[in-house]
Design a protein around this ligand. Structure first.
Ligand code: 5GP
Length: 352
């Protein structure tokens, strides 16, 4: 594991509120418990439960939303999550989150994202480059500390309407200078219809935003086919594909974000030995290892690399290549890619 921590890594599939530290969740739950908003012991049991089906995971997300919906909490979680990824040598992070509107506390999708940006600017353990123009960093006193790139993807929740999805896309366009590079479609896969989100996703693509979709978490082959035909820039998971869609995916060469622990914990894949990582890896299909929800699934990107290495018999050379090749699939410009390649070159000298 130590070696996996020391390798520079690229994280492309991390949900902000799914990456929240358990200790932070407990602390928030205790405060709300004291106020009588929730019953702490109920929450404790839900958070402590280790194995959850996909359905139970979404119940937990509803709880996390109750615990995290105020601006200062959003800011705190963002800061902690970025610092946690930086601590394990993630050099480029694409963090995704669903902008939330909550009229009762005066939260708009925009103010939610402003709170996220405030959390990013509060990061103190590492210098963060978050602007596509490279102009905005939180560099402290011109220090030569560790540097990390952070970019944001705004998620459309599958519970949302076409209008709400469109609002998220417009917000992403508005926030391009602040490091928002694309759109994700996520949320409970058995909820909502592809046709509801398509207009907003089409518009986003036309406007030059990058698109990644949660695809094939459940065996809805019709939706999977429509999603591949849309030609997103990446997809997440790709677990429940039939033969035909599998062939389509491979010929379209759409990069796949692989979340091993998440797939196993949610029982989307019954055992790691039959995980589709192996088939995609052997076919040299573009893929990238990711955490999904490091807090909810008690994992980290280093652990995901370690798990892949031990489960699929990959040595250090292969693992390093896997980490480095992920640079090709990031939603940032060539300048960032060049800089990241230099970081990996430096690292390979040190690790050998
Ligand atoms: P947030 O968007 O609130 O920062 O992060 C949590 C949200 O991400 C969840 O409520 C859910 O919509 C989405 N999410 C997290 N993990 C998964 C996953 O494994 N599958 C899908 N489809 N959505 C997820």
């Amino acid at each position: 594991l130590e070696w996996c921590v020391s390798v520079p890594k690229v994280e492309l599939h991390a949900h902000l509120n799914g990456s929240v530290r358990n200790s932070t969740l407990f602390e928030l739950a205790r405060v709300l418990g004291d106020k009588g908003v929730i019953v702490f012991s109920d929450v404790e049991n839900v958070i402590m439960k280790d194995d959850r089906t996909l359905h139970e995971v979404f119940k937990l997300f509803d709880l996390i939303h109750i615990l995290t919906t105020d601006h200062s909490t959003v800011t705190r979680i963002t800061k902690e999550v970025i610092e946690d990824f930086a601590a394990e040598n993630v050099v480029y992070l694409e963090l995704r989150t669903t902008p939330k509107r909550n009229d009762s506390i005066g939260m708009s999708k925009r103010s939610y994202m402003d709170a996220v940006m405030e959390g990013l600017r509060a990061v103190s353990s590492v210098d963060v480059d978050y602007s596509p123009a490279g102009l905005k960093t939180n560099t402290f006193n011109g220090s030569m500390r560790k540097k990390m790139y952070v970019r944001f993807l705004l998620s459309i929740d599958r519970r949302e309407s076409t209008e709400a999805a469109m609002e998220t896309v417009k917000l992403a366009l508005e926030m391009r200078d602040l490091g928002v590079v694309g759109i994700d479609l996520s949320g409970n896969p058995i909820v909502g219809n592809w046709s509801t989100f398509l207009p907003a996703l089409k518009f986003a693509k036309e406007q030059g935003l990058y698109i990644t979709l949660h695809c094939g978490e459940v065996p809805n082959q019709e939706e999977i086919k429509a999603m591949i035909d849309f030609l997103p820039h990446r997809i997440g998971h790709a677990c429940c594909f039939d033969e035909e869609n599998w062939r389509k995916l491979k010929s379209a060469k759409i990069p796949v974000e692989i979340c091993l622990t998440s797939n196993i914990r949610t029982e989307t894949i019954s055992s790691i030995d039959i995980h589709h990582f192996v088939d995609l890896y052997k076919a040299k299909h573009p893929l990238v290892l990711c955490t999904d929800d490091s807090g909810v699934f008690s994992t980290s990107l280093s652990r995901e690399y370690n798990l892949a290495s031990s489960s699929f018999g990959l040595g250090k050379t292969e693992m390093f290549q896997l980490a480095e090749i992920a640079i090709n699939f990031i939603f940032a410009d060539d300048g960032v890619k060049t800089d990241l390649r230099a970081t990996f070159e430096e690292a390979v000298k040190k690790l050998n």
